[in-house]
Every structure is written in C-alpha cells, then in structure tokens.
Design a protein around this ligand. Structure first.
Ligand code: GAP
Length: 471
C-alpha cells in the first residue's frame, strides 16, 4: 500500500465527514480525532458486529459495561502502576522526548526493538546513529521508564488520596466484576465476558492518524477456563481463528493485507504467557491491528484476590470441594485501528472507461455507514414525492440506513456515494412515474451496484421483497 494512501484517506475522511481533526476551530489538539456523522456510523457498526458475533451469537458469552474510573488498587494489583511503561529518551540538544524503541524500529525491526532492556536503549540509539527527528542531533539521554496511565483527581481535593487513573485497558473492569458475574449469571466454565469502551494511554509518540492515539476504544474479551479441563494451547488456537475470522469475514478486511505474529518471549506483556497479534499492512508498514489472543493465565484474578482480600475462586459445579482460580484467554480488539484498517483496505482508485478516475470505498456491507441511497433523477416535485414514498417505505419497513440525495447531477451523486462506500444506489426516474418508457417501465427503479457498476431494473415490489421491507 503506497504511503500516499494515508494522506488520500485523511483528506477523504475530512471531506466526506468520516473523521475530523479534534478541536479544529481552536487550532486543534495534537493527535485527537473526532468521528463525523459517517465515521460514527461506521464505528458503531464495527462495534455492533463485534457484539453480535461474540456476545449475542454465543451461549458461552455475556456482556459488561464497567466504569472508566476505578479504585487505584485495581492498577496496583494488575501491575499497571509498576510495569505499564515505555522507554522515554530525550534529545540532549532540543529537549524533545521520544519513545526509544520506536526510534529504533526502522533500523533493527519491531521484534528486536520490543525486547530491548531499558539500559540498552541509549547505547543502541548511539550505535545505530539514530538522529533526533526534530533537530537531527545524535546525543540522547539514558532511557527512563515512562508510565502511560493518565492521572486525575476525583472530587474537590487534589491530594494523593483522591488520585485516580483513566483505565489504560477495559480488561480490568471484567476481572473486578468476575465474582458478580459468576454469582448472577450461573455460567459454567468455560465462559467469556466481553465489553466495549474507552481506554486512555499517555502515549509518548502518538501518530499515523488514528493508529496510535491517547484516547481510543477497545473491544475486549476475557474467556475464563479451567486449565485442568480445557487444554490452553487448543483454546489459544481456537481464539486465534475466531479473531481472524471476525476481521476477515465480518469486517471484511482482505486477508492479503493481514498476518499473524507471535510475540517473542521477552516482548510479552507482564501478564502474558503467549500472545499472537493480527497485523495489518498499513501504508507506514506492518502494525498491530489487534491481539488475536493473549494467554493471561490466572495472573489477574490471583492478583485481585491478593490485593482486595476477596475470595475470587470458582467452585466446580461437579465437585463443590474443588475451588480454582480460572485461567484466561484474552482477544483484544482496538476499535479505532479496525476502523482505520477497514478504511485503508477499502480505499480504491479506479480508472473508468471514459478515462475518469473514481474513488470508491469498497467497505463490507456489514460496516458501510449507509446501506442504500435513493436518488431522484431530477428535482421535479412529483419525482421527488415518488422517491420520498419509497424512502419512507424502506426506512419504516427495515433497519437499513437510507440516504436521500437530490443535490447535483446524478453522476456527481453516484461519485459521492462511491466515496462514502454506499453499496447500492436506487434511482427513481420518469420511467418510474410512467412518463418515459425509454427510462423504464412504470413502477420500476434502477439499482446500481457500487463495486460492479451493474445497473438492474426492478419493480418496486421486487425491490421491497429483496430488501425484506415489512408491511
Ligand atoms: N488488554 C490487553 C491490551 O490492552 P494491547 O495490545 O495493549 O492489549 C489491545 O491493546 C488493542 O488496543 C491493540 O491491538 C490496539 O488495537 C488497541 N490500542 C492499544 N493502544 C492503542 C493506542 N494508543 N491507540 C489506538 N489503539 C490502541
């Protein structure tokens, strides 16, 4: 994928209302982005598909919506206060700060950069002659641990007792509610809990559009199991497949742009015994799209039991004398990265037979922000009324999202719908009204397919049955 695709996409996203720079009328706030009307639809659809796939369609899963602010002991127990940090280096000349491992990645590779010890970072920067991206100097400080959690205070007094963190992952909300879920939902192991929500990380070097931001959304699953009854390696492989299938079959990202990557031992997070990422080929190189699965063992529940003093054991329903701390598989999806990858994957420039270029977003129909556009051929009032009738019928009789567009020539309107990824356009013309046989028979409309450009003439009744319009 050429590097210029990202610039073209950023510009399309702004022009068409997918993603705007954050706080723009005030000159912006670096690396913040707002989802516009179409971006919000797209992102909601990704979340809806995720919830449907992993929560509604599985008898072994339930959902949760936990708070962003949590007791700070949660982060002490989870290890985030002591271990959730990146290596921060400062350029001695211009005083700009960077993530040492990220500066080294282009030279030594992602895997090698990820396993560097803190004390190796400065030496490696010097050995590899890495220049400061800001002033070009090669004089670096020693790397320091920089904790990525955002701090704030709860209530009116800003002292240490009131200190709280914005959650850096949604996962902990699931662990601290484990007991409540077991007690109320009568689930037997293995079962999973999924949740969607915001997470915050004070990233040292955010960037590449919405790829790395400080506020983002996650869709996470903690799948609890009894390691004596379920073999972890088998479950690990199953989750890898399920995560891959969600990204390719449900979201529709082309498998050619994806790969699985196992974490090196030294690269694993403090809680993980094995992690496999799904990576996407971004215009700036291969990058983590999501953690297909991480084996978190019994690390979190054990720690929470230790720090909270609460009994978080699960009682085996077949043998009530047997109490265990379940182990956990964790597939963790970043919603914003999936949206970005889906947009990049869908972005297509095509040469038409008339030598014009059309930009078309070939988004999977599951996630396209608009399902159908209704386009009256002209602005004549009786034609618009007929098209409005059809619009109301589809909106009221289905769950489809329908756009109604009368501005500009029909060609321009098709281009606009192509650029926002609308899979089907329906044109209502004078044939539909019974006023022009050349355009088509009375009560028929044209349906145009976004990808093939094939136009089909159907009666309104055939169309209604194809779209499963109720009533
Ligand atoms: N609970 C495990 C966990 O949080 P992670 O690999 O740190 O694992 C999971 O994050 C996913 O969250 C990533 O694969 C990515 O999609 C998304 N993510 C993480 N940091 C992000 C950031 N700064 N900006 C956007 N998305 C991010």
């Amino acid at each position: 994928m050429p590097a210029s695709t990202l610039d073209s996409l950023v510009s399309l996203c702004k022009r068409r209302g997918f993603i705007f720079p954050g706080s723009e009328i005030y000159g912006g706030l670096a690396n913040t982005w707002d989802y516009g009307p179409l971006g919000a639809e797209l992102k909601n659809r990704v979340k809806r598909e995720w919830w449907k796939t992993f929560i509604h369609k599985r008898p072994d899963m339930v959902g949760l919506d936990a708070s962003i602010l949590m007791n700070k002991k949660v982060w002490e127990a989870s290890g985030h206060i002591s271990a959730f940090s990146d290596p921060l280096v400062e350029c001695k000349k211009c005083k700009q700060r960077f993530r040492g491992d990220k500066l080294l990645e282009p030279k030594i590779g992602v895997e090698a950069a990820a396993i560097l010890k803190l004390e190796q970072v400065q030496k490696m920067l010097q050995a590899e002659k890495i220049s400061c991206p800001s002033c070009g100097s090669k004089d670096w400080t020693e790397a320091k641990k920089f904790n990525l959690m955002f701090k704030t205070h709860q209530g009116v007094i800003e002292d240490a007792a009131a200190l709280v963190y914005l959650r850096p992952e949604t996962a902990q909300g699931i662990f601290v509610n484990f007991k409540g879920i077991v007690d109320t939902m009568r689930k037997r192991l293995p079962f999973g809990v999924g949740q969607i929500g915001k997470a915050f990380r004070n990233e040292i070097t955010p960037g590449n559009f919405t790829f790395r931001t400080r506020e983002f959304e996650q869709m996470e699953i903690e799948y609890f199991f009894d390691p004596e009854r379920t073999e972890w390696k088998k479950l690990f492989e199953e989750w890898k497949k399920q995560s891959w299938s969600f990204i390719t079959d449900v979201i529709g990202i082309d498998a050619k742009h994806l790969r699985l990557r196992d974490h090196e031992k030294d690269e694993l997070s403090h809680y993980s015994k094995g992690t496999t990422d799904i990576e996407f080929q971004f215009p700036f190189g291969w990058g983590e799209l999501c953690a297909a699965v991480a084996y978190r063992t019994d690390f979190d529940l054990t720690k929470h039991e230790e720090v909270s003093g609460q009994d978080l054991h699960y009682t085996d329903p077949d043998d009530p004398t047997r109490k265990i701390i379940p182990h956990v598989m964790e597939p963790s999806f970043g919603t914003d990265r999936i949206v970005l990858a889906a947009l990049l994957d869908a972005y297509t420039e095509e040469k038409l037979p008339n030598d014009e270029t059309r930009v078309v977003m070939k988004l999977h129909p599951n996630i396209a922000p608009i399902d159908i556009a209704i386009l009256p051929l002209s602005k004549k009032e009786h034609l618009i009324n007929k098209a409005q009738e059809l619009y109301k019928k589809i909106v009221q009789g289905t769950d489809l999202v329908v756009d109604f567009d009368i501005t500009g020539s029909i060609g321009k309107r098709y281009r606009r719908q192509d650029e926002i990824g609308t899979p089907k356009c329906i044109t209502v013309d004078f044939g539909t009204l019974g006023e022009d046989d050349k355009q088509g028979a009375k009560d028929t409309v044209t349906i145009r397919d976004r990808d093939t450009l094939i136009q089909e003439r159907l009666t309104i009744a055939e169309l209604a049955s194809k779209l499963k319009v109720a009533g």
